[in-house]
Ligand binder design. Sequence first.
Ligand code: GLU
Length: 368
Amino acid sequence: MVGERVSAAPVTGRLAPSPTGRMHLGNAYAALAAWLGARAAGGRVLLRIEDIDAPRVVRDADRWIMDDLAWLGLDWDGEPVYQSRRLDLYEDVLCRLQGVTLDRRGRASVGGVSAVTDASDGAVDDSSLVYPCFCSRADIRAASAPNEGDGFLIYPGTCRRLGESERGGRLAHGDRHSWRIAVPDASAPETSRVVAFDDLVFGPQRFDLTRQVGDVVVRRSDGLFAYQLAVSVDDLSMGVTQVVRGRDLLRSTAIQLWIRRWVAACGAEESVADGVGRPDMTPEFAHLPLIDAADGRRMAKRLNSLDLGTLRERGVDPRAVVGYCAWLLRVVDEPRPMTPDELVPAFSWDGVRADTSDRVVDADESFR
Ligand code: GLU
């Protein structure tokens, strides 16, 4: 089915749906890209059900998604991995991260004993890598300016500056808190503040963790593990080498590379089942243009018009959906019915790379 892969390292891709509803066309497009990226390189595709955000999970949506993936002709290797069944792992990782302290010169140690690798060259100026944050959303909104007009709030660092006794007192008192991971302080050299990666679609990327990201939540105040922590741990521990997802997650990639580095540095990946995680390995990333509905709303808001349940009820051929998604990806130059397998020989990232503008889909005109 697939050609030889030139590079020595086999590709492991992943499908990472959130079971919050039925798949829509945008999800099918992203899943097809992730599947093709791995299969065209002769690689494996893992399926991870991202059901960590329990309040948003819709019962049975995991089964609908798996059924829709199969209907499209997108398969995966091995059993699906459910984040909700990995809470002990996230707990263990967080516990280890909580044990990382940094001295004034930015050298890290775990439990006061072992010096931790070169991860400390991105030193923060505080003693705790992960710290409790007692701020409410309103506190944070009031104290920060949204970044670059996209509404992303950079945490102003209020609780990072709390003294040990106040911190301890508030924890002992049971004050509601989340946990955040610190990024380098503004006084750190630029080289340690910047996370850079080469995106297969959007090219070289560079994020200043201090100015563009800030200290992000790794455990929420409702006790749930944050998406950023779970995904970083999972991609590392599952041995994922290629991450394909929407361009709205470019900044998350910078955050996740930072978290991943610490998870690896404090040895937490050893606690992971099959030990395939390679801490020294940075996955490849391919971020995709987003899909907009013709009326300007993101596809995610158009659940009724183009969800796969509706398309299936209308008797639409799955190959028409796959071909349409392949055309959105610019793998083929017109939308015509195809199976994922048929697309494998033609696939490369060049098409997507050549046109990085968001795609506009007319919900009423497609699949007539
Ligand atoms: N679960 C996320 C979604 O369905 C994808 C997150 C990721 O690819 O890291 O949008």
